[in-house]
Design a protein around this ligand. Structure first.
Ligand code: HEC
Length: 168
């Protein structure tokens, strides 16, 4: 599925490049060389240096690239522990988003919840104050320290994601 999407956007980008070239506007140097130079940039500085007509080409390219980048990012945007991956990710997503490749998983989104909120929910499941067969069954094998560790890790997800973004 992922390969199909990647292939689709690759074709889209190639088609856009071909279309630009056939319009005879691609290799005039100067301004256009600049367009190629900051091909990977976001659209921010494009508006001031290019004409509106060219900007829309760029926007399309950037959209395609953005989609590609999102796809690549979803696969493993930030690092999570092996134990999260093996015990939680199957239902809550590798990054706690509650989805995988755009499909909803069984568990809700955890990303963005504070470690305190996560911990409270986990303890409530374990103690039976909150009813859920799946989570209860899972938590039987985990002690307080485990719950704390998972909570702390999940609470950190937004910061980890932000770090990745800043480094890109
Ligand atoms: C087999 C699937 C499955 C696995 C594996 C799983 N969960 Fe869940 N989890 C669920 C479901 C389903 C719910 C929703 C329960 C409800 O709200 O009734 C849930 C709810 C939660 C909640 C409450 C979230 C909220 O917003 O209400 C937390 C926190 C949570 N899980 C953490 C974890 C952690 C940590 C792990 C790994 C140790 C884990 N889960 C593994 C299925 C799973």
């Amino acid at each position: 599925m992922k390969n199909i999407i990647v292939a689709f956007f690759t074709l889209l980008v190639l088609a856009l490049m071909a279309w630009t070239a056939s319009g005879g506007r691609a290799y005039h140097g100067g301004e256009h060389a600049k367009v190629i130079e900051d091909f990977g940039d976001t659209m921010t500085n494009a508006a001031s240096t290019t004409k509106p007509e060219e900007k829309s080409d760029r926007e399309k390219e950037n959209e395609a690239l953005g989609a590609l980048r999102d796809k690549a990012g979803n696969a493993g945007a930030f690092k999570v522990s092996q134990e999260y991956k093996s015990k939680c990710a199957s239902c809550h997503g590798v990054n706690g988003s509650g989805e995988q490749n755009g499909k909803k998983l069984m568990g809700p989104k955890l990303f963005g919840q504070s470690s305190e909120a996560i911990y409270k929910n986990l303890v409530d499941f374990k103690d039976g104050r909150k009813e859920n067969m799946i989570m209860k069954g899972l938590l039987i094998q985990l002690n307080e320290d485990d719950l704390k560790r998972f909570s702390d890790e999940i609470g950190e997800f937004p910061d980890r994601a932000k770090e990745i973004q800043e480094n890109n």
